[in-house]
Structures are given as C-alpha cells and as structure tokens.
Design a protein around this ligand. Sequence first.
Ligand SMILES: Cc1cc2nc3c(=O)[nH]c(=O)nc-3n(C[C@H](O)[C@H](O)[C@H](O)COP(=O)(O)O)c2cc1C
Length: 200
Amino acid sequence: MSDLLESTANPNPIEQFRLWWDESLALGEERRQCMSLATIGDDGAPATRVVLLKQFDHRGFVFYTNYGSRKARELDRDPRAALVIHWFEQAHQVRVEGRAERTSREESKTYFAMRPRGSQLGAWASEQSAVIGARDVLDRQYAEAETRFNGVGIPCPHFWGGYRVVPHTVEFWQGQQSRLHDRLRYTRDGKGWRVERLAP
Ligand SMILES: Cc1cc2nc3c(=O)[nH]c(=O)nc-3n(C[C@H](O)[C@H](O)[C@H](O)COP(=O)(O)O)c2cc1C
C-alpha cells in the first residue's frame, strides 16, 4: 500500500481524487464509478443508495437521475448530501460532504445524448421511486416509449438530469496492512483547502 502523506498529497482534493481515479482505472477497478449517496428525508432520517459518478471537476461530483425520484425530492428540499466511494483494489475510500445542485439543462442533455438507447427509453418509461402494481406496468411503459420514439432520436426528458455535489469536505482514506490507516480530510477554507490528518 502506498502512503498518504500531507507532504506528497495534492493540496487540492479534486486533483488528489483525480490521481486515485486514474489509478483505479489503471488497476482495472470495474466498479469504480459506483458511489453511495446519502440524502436527508422529510423526517430528518438519512437514506442511501448507489449512483454512478459520471463527471468530476473543480466544481464537484456529478451523477444523473430522475428529478421526480425520492433522492431528487429530498435533495431539492434539503441539498445537504454525502457520497462515499470505495475502490477495493487500492484500499481507497473517499468521502464527500457538500450541497447538491442541479446541473444545467445543457449538461444533462449532453450526457443523456451519450447514453445507450435502452437507457434513454428506460428513463422515459420508469417513474423512478413511484409504487407500481406489477412488473408488467414497466414493460408496457417501455414498449410505449419504444413506439413513441420509433425511428427518431430520443430527447432528454424534462424530468431527468444531473446533480452536482459541491464539496465542503473531502476525506481520503488509504488502507494500510498495519491497520494504522491514513486519513486526510480536506475542508474548504476561504478560496483554498485546509488539510488535517484523522486517526483511523
Ligand atoms: C451499480 C448501481 C448503479 C446505479 N446508478 C444509478 C444512477 O446513476 N442514477 C440513479 O438514479 N440510480 C442509480 N441506481 C439505482 C439507485 O441505487 C436507486 O435504486 C434509484 O436511483 C432509486 O433511488 P431513490 O428511490 O432513493 O431515488 C444504481 C444502482 C446500482 C446498484
């Protein structure tokens, strides 16, 4: 395991994330986009689910979803969000805490256009998080979407798009054989970031 040291870690958490991201790609981490997203429900209780990290840059971490889904309703009401991503091969964990904001319509449309046709149809067919009577309902709605868009390009639904989690805290965890794992927490500090080491 490599060390995670204050002296060698990038002072910017997004750049540090990029280093680990590239490493996970090189190591063939198949599920490297999978991250858990925590939101806060109406009753103040947390809820988590897995979403895919589709983009990241100095602005934050982006995933796409249905704007009518439970997670979207919760984020629109209370934008505080937490993400955790785990890369097994590298013994890496990254925790992100921040506020979620919708991506621009242009960004959502651009990403939607890159999705496989089956996923595009699925977005139209599934009223994500709604209670449905049976599997047949989904199959029927999917077939209806296929008929509706037969032979034409599929537009991005108005109820579908991205969220960007704008971080105020990013923590990097590097597992060590010794169990004395490394943890560096970056906290936004004015225009820069403060880095602190945490006990494992
Ligand atoms: C590997 C994996 C990747 C997923 N990626 C996404 C995603 O990018 N966007 C999404 O809306 N749901 C994704 N899901 C489904 C969510 O985990 C969840 O079931 C769905 O979004 C509904 O959540 P909600 O009812 O809390 O809104 C994924 C599930 C798995 C297991």
